[in-house]
Design a protein around this ligand. Sequence first.
Ligand code: ZN
Ligand code: MN
Length: 479
Amino acid sequence: MTEYELIIGLETHIQLNTNTKIFCGCKADSWEQPPNTNICPVCTGLPGVLPVLNEEVVKKGALLAAAMHSDIRLTSHFDRKNYFYPDLPKGYQISQFDMALGKGGHLDLPMPDGSMRKVTITKLHLEEDAGKTKYEHGQRYVDFNRCGVPLVEMVTGPDLRSADEAAQYLIRLRQLLRWLGVSEANMEKGHLRCDANVSIRLMGETILNPKTEIKNVNSIESVRTAINKEFERQVEVVEGGGRVEAWTLDWDEAANRLTKMRSKETEADYRYFREPDLLPLELTEEWREDVLSGLPELPLERRTRFMADYSLPEYDADILTSDRPLSEYFEAAVSAYKGDPKVVSNWMMNEILRMLNDLCLSADELVLAPEHLAAVIKMVDAGTINNATGKSLLVKVQQSGKTPETIVKEEGLAQVSDDSALLAVIDHLIADNPDEVSSYRGGKEGLFGWFMGQVMRETRGKADPQLTRELLQKALKGG
Ligand code: ZN
Ligand code: MN
């Protein structure tokens, strides 16, 4: 059995979350608006109108470029990419070809073995989106709402080696986009779209074979499935003595399969030329410095710092930096708690993440503030409340907006860790259940859990479990 290697490059289109479109005043996000209601003469390319570049698009594009370690060009140009398609009313797309906003760049990808894979960026430019066509009731409809929506197109080198690495790239990219606040990066809504270039070669070879391009993969799961299917298909072609041809393939989500769209066009087919209606984009050194100084600590940097500063395992650091509000919540809770950060991490990874998941909220939207979490953990540490009460207390704080201390006082949740009070409950229990007591003493040790449960029920969950266990064992042994 011959061993083949997968070679993958990804081309992504990222919708920037600006208020307005790239060259006109129409709203940038028209998701779920009736077709053709968010358009104007500029974005539909009527004769005699001129595009005006939106500075917010340049700012967000430049911030993304900086985070991708790409050089921001002080002078870049817009070009016309000419092609005919019903969803492109102008007959060309305004894009950037050779002198784009960003030059080079890379994204670091943490590998399962702890190493970093450097995924190079070969293109990073601004462009406008096209409209959409839709096939319905046997007719084809065109919706221009999306024409002129600001995009950053980003293309990687052929640096990814498995469908899983491709998925990881998208996960890290999505994380970065949300972290920077430049895109909602929702794949279902088309804020982040991905085409995959796929080829194979024999293990150990260094040449690049003809590749196919898979279009329309709109979820991370589809990226994995589509690439793996295309890998199998190419292996079959080569094993059968054939050659892989440079096709464009369409991923059909519903049917879970790839179909051939067309033989791939080359760049020359687009007859790129400079956009005559726009001046070159000139930025000052000062403007660029301003963008670079506005760059926040990036997710992977924060992940490394969490491991170093708080002695967290990589696993914890990875999850706690999966989004920016969560990582900020953690740091605020650690500084309020002042104890072992790993203890805070454990509560976050279990209780807080579950709550966020259940309520579909992000950490900065919680009523339960980091200081509340710290206070609850301190009460558990001090033995004022037991672990189970601590967990339900978090939920009560979130629901009521009251402080943990107030709720503990109002509901009398403080743990019963007073020997005499617990002994009274245990004595009653033993007196009331002679049958269970004699079975237990006769060797049915499984009944111990039942006794524990009865004490907890009697104290409404407030009994100190450790103390209850000791007292109960002593009491059951005696007699
Ligand atoms: Zn418009
Ligand atoms: Mn493009």
